[in-house]
Write a protein that binds this ligand. Sequence first.
Ligand code: TRP
Length: 449
Amino acid sequence: MTTRILTGITTSGTPHLGNYAGAIRPAIVASRQEGADSFYFLADYHALIKCDDPLRIQRSRLEIAATWLACGLDSDRVTFYRQSDIPEIPELTWLLTCVAGKGLLNRAHAYKASVDRNLELGEDPDAGVTMGLYSYPVLMAADILMFNAQQVPVGRDQIQHVEMARDIGQRFNHLFGRGREFFVQPQALIEEGVATLPGLDGRKMSKSYDNTIPLFGSAKQLKAAIAQIVTDSRAPGEAKDPDGAHLFTLYQAFATPEQVAGFRAELLQGLAWGEAKQRLFELLDNELGEARERYHELISRPDDLEDILLAGALKARKIATPFLGELREAVGLRSFRADLQAGTQAKKKTGKAARFVSFRDDDGRFRFRLLDAAGEQLLLSVAFADGKAAGQASKRLQAGEPLDLRPIEGGFSVWLDDQPVADSPTFADVALRDGAMQGLREALGPQPD
Ligand code: TRP
């Protein structure tokens, strides 16, 4: 069993040490676990909501892509892409926008915070609020639901958004699923063990507090940042309180238990703050040195990064494109051609009203589906290079010959001349599958006249 894990990184800044410890490092560890099917993407549409500086957006996308790869993300093993390379995501966003309650979005924390601020200032409640900010959770729901992620690792501030994605997905299922669960229910995954790093001033390390330590600055920049960490005024030789020092917390987030114990003892024995900072510098320089080199190499080859991300987008769209096709179909955005054909088929098979619908894949190959009267998919054909072959296969299935159905994992295949030509959906259990095989025989097999 694999678990689909998905998370997005908003591309509006340069990654800092807090991002690394809190998000990047745990995500990469998780992606290496057996059974993990991980999707990581640059949430660059989300970045547009907070940032109107094109250069900054572009720079940040590049830096964040290079950071994740430099830190060891394996783009062959995971699906790593830019949100804006997947046109199905904004399209799904609209389908979801049409089922998302406005009242639900009124309750989003980020939006409410803006309104509260405006009210405090005596402004119009919605002053400065764009529709982007307001609809932020719907776009995020589309990110998650597009790939039916089961687990969504996020910070606590994002839990509400994942819950909204569940709500919106369920609403869509209810309205258009006709018994089918198009969308699974995603769970927010909060890593309890993960460090929230303090910044230079002891508050949470965050770009908005301007208290960050850059992740891949030069050794000199790293040293300069560490020099700015605020400490108490205890003199060299005076015992320090490790648990009251955020410098110690920072050290702890990157050190082995033995190193931590050693550092603690030294502080208690009166290690000077200047020395302590040097210890932290050495630790970080050691942990980040190799990745920093890889980072600068990647940044200097933007063409290669582009290739990696486009390959990721292709991989993601293999899932997104057909799935969006089904969702369009579900809401009634269907090809007229398919309808026409379906109309004639339905007439032929009155009573059963199963219908064949042919279509072409993105890559131009030919397929057909068999849908039941309710539009539920009974079969999806293999891809045929030529349209005639696809047409002949679907004709033969309608000719009333006995069907050659063969069980496969989770479902069954239909065979013609010792070749599989179409597959059923997957079923939760064998009884359902056998029922569906029987139903198909009745719908397509020899017809009593
Ligand atoms: N909103 C998230 C953040 O700011 C980023 C994000 C966008 C995201 N889409 C997502 C996270 C989908 C998880 C899943 O942190």
